[in-house]
Design a binder for this molecule. Structure first.
Ligand SMILES: Nc1ncnc2c1ncn2[C@@H]1O[C@H](COP(=O)(O)OP(=O)(O)O)[C@@H](O)[C@H]1O
Ligand SMILES: [Mg+2]
Length: 310
């Protein structure tokens, strides 16, 4: 349905997005996961025709959307990262304003506003001024705004950042409902692995402007099928010990914080006994340990050497 091909964007010669290929099939829920600064918002802005790519193409059912932006705007709803609401207007009045941008008016607009308010669960608060709303409720108004013209594709840019858990759950449920019940195609951007994992059929992992992995959760996890992950709790730790752990044969990555340590090693390495020996030599006690089933967080760590939130 929608595809971005070799998409790149540079700002003053600095590459924000580099050679990104993304496609969305109709009815899919797709995640775009990456840490801050990865290039997620820039990618979304190009897809939604807000900014022009430095190079590459975007096609909607074969139509070049860079040449014909109107084609995609008609069927696309975007929930931007930054809130854009009039604080001194009510939720309803804000939505009326957004509707006018889509050239909607009269009964049609009123019906759409009612429907959108119902979807985001703000019917009861529609007459209240936006300035009295929590961050989560403001986000929900923004989502309602993106739904007014009943888009076939909905793009959300980190819609749960900095909001209360209740609103967060509400938003996740809304997105799930739109996808499952209404067949809306979703592109959901986040740096929270669990959200993307819960919501999306397929995902792209982005870092430093590039897509570094893509596939279903199972496909991404299979990247790690050749590895074991062991988590340890230690009585104490120090740099020399950590450095020595890194030199154990088969060890690929070591992540330590406080008294917790995570060691990723080639499958079949004789890891546990080596770790016990090494800890003894350093007069460190292993308080407990367990082997872990890998998560998408581990996939990210494996691919980049960093955790998502660092
Ligand atoms: N308008 C801009 N001018 C210059 N640099 C930008 C601009 N927008 C984004 N960038 C840079 O591009 C990179 C990607 O940013 P962004 O797409 O916002 O990442 P994300 O949404 O994943 O956090 C960052 O290094 C950011 O500083
Ligand atoms: Mg962003």
């Amino acid at each position: 349905m929608l595809e971005a091909i070799h998409l790149s964007k540079s700002y003053k010669g600095k590459k924000a997005v580099q050679d990104v290929n993304i496609y969305l099939n109709s009815g899919e829920s797709v995640g775009l996961l990456g840490p801050n600064g990865a290039g997620k918002s820039t990618t979304i802005s190009m897809i939604s025709t807000l900014i022009k790519p430095t190079s590459g193409e975007i096609k909607l059912n074969g139509i070049n959307t860079i040449e014909r932006p109107g084609e995609i705007r008609k069927i696309l709803g975007v929930v931007p990262q930054e809130l854009a609401l009039y604080q001194e207007l009510s939720a309803y009045e804000n939505l009326k304003f957004f509707g006018s941008i889509y050239k909607m008016k009269g009964k049609e607009l009123e019906k759409s506003i009612d429907k959108a308010l119902e979807i985001v669960g703000l019917e009861d608060r529609q007459k209240d001024l936006v300035k009295t709303f929590s961050g989560g409720m403001k986000r929900r108004v923004n989502i309602a705004a993106a739904l007014l013209h009943r888009p076939k594709i909905l793009i959300l840019d980190e819609p749960t950042v900095g909001i209360d858990p209740q609103s967060r759950n509400h938003i996740l449920e809304t997105v799930r409902m739109l996808n499952e019940k209404k067949g809306t195609t979703i592109l959901y951007t986040s740096h929270y692995m669990e959200e993307v994992e819960q919501l999306c059929d397929r995902l792209y992992i982005m870092d430093h402007g590039e897509i570094i992995a893509a596939g279903t959760k199972a496909e991404l996890l299979s990247i790690l099928s050749t590895e074991d992950t062991i988590k340890l709790q230690l009585s104490r730790t120090d740099e020399t010990f950590i450095d020595h752990v890194k030199t154990i044969a088969g060890v690929r990555k070591v992540e330590a914080s406080h008294l917790q340590m995570k060691v990723i090693a080639k499958k079949g390495s004789n890891l546990i006994s080596e770790l016990v020996d090494l800890a003894n030599q350093h007069h460190i006690q292993i308080i407990n340990f367990h082997t872990e089933t890998p998560s998408l967080e581990d996939v990210f760590l494996h691919l980049t050497g960093r955790t998502l939130r660092n």
